[in-house]
Ligand binder design. Structure first.
Ligand SMILES: O=C(O)C1=C[C@@H](OP(=O)(O)O)[C@@H](O)[C@H](O)C1
Ligand SMILES: C=C(OP(=O)(O)O)C(=O)O
Length: 454
């Protein structure tokens, strides 16, 4: 498996064949990769702090590499030591004008956070993304940044990358209502508020992941949240600090799902160590528990920079019930796990419904559609409209040939589903897995026989 993983790591695009691997053993993961959301926030905050901070257990994936590369073009020195990244901050307004246009690749999180940081710098920059990112909305962030005083011009389609941005110092303070239920919009607004004179206010539609608020508090920024309104004081400087990144619960979810759908009565327990268990990210666990799964957490503790982490344990269970997931807040708490949850629901008893999930249309692909299409290739029928998925239970998937459409979460969900089937499935276009979980194939090899196809 080592060689499949390392060959995969060297390829930009490749197809795989996946089938279940026999065995009734227990499954243990000593770690999962560092959390993508916390990694990006920890790196960017240190880049605009004073001094030097080490971000520990950083996710070393393509999205993070894009973020680090852009910061390098803006004059930030970042040095890797294994999974730790030492970042030498340039101060809040100290980024240097880049020589060339910035290409942020696939990551919407970094694009949106960095737009806010660039809005606080009075020089002109061109920011572009890859083909998928160039279809995703930037106006949620751009419109308020323009009101705060930045000059932003779209170079292609309105509301989308590429664009040019010329910031100003200081920015005007912000008083804004959320336009979408998105932690990225919120986080971008909070980053921009650092550059504003006075106090800014942001009212979120619902509680979304709160990694930004936790980290800003840890960095000593005056920030408070009352009834969904976050108020934050602009600043002139803050010191870099070491940040500890918990394991990514959204990556752990793939191994948990592979275990849950495994068609093997003899299987032992599953344990995954050091998983981030921030309460705003626990929707997938809640859904699986509601379906009847026994999931336990042990050794829960807070990392020094404020994120909780624990070990996850799961016992085998032969049948699962259907589930209803609804409401913006609940959907936000498992937003990246919805393709996986839909796959599990198809195997449970009864009809499951995932409602209020319209934000999925703005992910790497329209994930309501690509999830339904991917599951259809396995013979699983999902009914859907723009805000809802209805998944009938007790369907019997069969081996498939399926394209990821370049979406890492669709590729990995398909591979997980294939890992429960005796006949091999072919999953095309899997290079995208490196966006969030570069070691995925090596980890999935505990459950599956995987071949890299030429
Ligand atoms: O804030 C973040 O780091 C993220 C928030 C989510 O997006 P939205 O908050 O826009 O739904 C999620 O889908 C994405 O993978 C990472
Ligand atoms: C949508 C995702 O990330 P981003 O929005 O940062 O591209 C994701 O990781 O599934």
């Amino acid at each position: 498996m080592e060689s499949v993983q390392s060959k995969a790591s060297q390829s930009v695009t490749f197809d795989i064949s996946v089938r279940s691997k026999p065995g009734g053993q227990s499954f243990l993961f000593d770690s999962v990769p560092g959390d993508k959301s916390v990694s990006q926030r920890g790196i960017i905050l240190n880049a605009i702090g004073e001094g030097r901070g080490v971000v520990h257990n950083v996710l070393r994936s393509r999205d993070i590499e894009s973020c680090v590369a852009i910061l390098g073009q803006l004059g930030v020195e970042c040095i890797w030591d294994g999974d730790d990244l030492a970042v030498s901050g340039r101060g809040l307004r100290g980024l240097k004008p880049p020589e060339f246009e910035l290409d942020i690749g696939n990551t919407a999180t970094s694009a949106r956070l960095l737009l806010s940081v660039l809005a606080g710098h009075p020089f002109r920059v061109e920011l572009a993304g890859n083909r998928l990112l160039s279809t995703r909305p930037m106006e949620w962030v751009v419109d308020p940044l323009i009101r705060m005083g930045a000059r932003i011009d779209y170079l292609g389609n309105p509301g989308r990358l590429p664009l040019t941005i010329e910031g100003r110092a200081p920015l005007l303070p912000l008083d804004v209502e959320a336009t979408v239920a998105s932690a990225q919009e919120k986080s971008a607004m909070l980053f921009a508020a650092l550059y504003a004179e006075g106090t800014s206010h942001y009212r979120q539609l619902c509680q979304s992941r709160d990694h930004t608020e936790r980290l800003l508090r840890y960095f000593g920024i005056a920030i408070k949240t009352e009834e969904n309104v976050t108020s934050i004081q602009g600043t002139s400087s803050f010191a870099c600090l070491d940040v500890w990144v918990p394991g990514d619960i959204s990556s752990a979810a793939f191994m948990l799902a592979a275990y849950v759908i495994r068609n093997d009565e003899q299987r032992g327990e599953l344990a995954i160590r050091n998983v981030g268990v921030n309460p705003t990210r626990l929707g997938f666990f809640r859904a699986l528990r509601a379906m009847g799964l026994e999931l336990e957490l042990s050794g829960e503790h807070d990392l020094p920079s404020g994120e909780p982490q624990a070990d996850l344990h799961c016992s085998p269970r032969s049948s699962l019930k259907s589930v209803l997931v609804e409401g913006d807040e609940e959907v936000q708490s498992l937003i990246d796990e919805i393709p996986l949850l839909a796959a599990i629901c198809a195997l449970a008893e009864g009809t499951s419904v995932i409602r209020n999930c319209r934000e999925l249309k703005d992910k790497d692909t329209n994930r309501i559609e690509t999830t339904a299409r991917m599951l259809a290739a396995f013979g699983i029928q999902v009914d859907y409209n723009e805000d809802e998925m209805v998944i009938h239970g007790e369907q019997r998937p069969s081996a498939a040939v399926v394209d990821s459409c370049g979406d890492h979460r669709i590729a990995m969900t398909a591979a997980v589903l294939a890992s429960s089937l005796d006949e091999p499935s072919i999953i095309k276009n899997c290079g995208c897995i490196a966006v969030s979980y570069p070691n995925f194939l090596a980890d999935l090899a505990q459950f599956a026989e995987i071949e890299l196809l030429d």
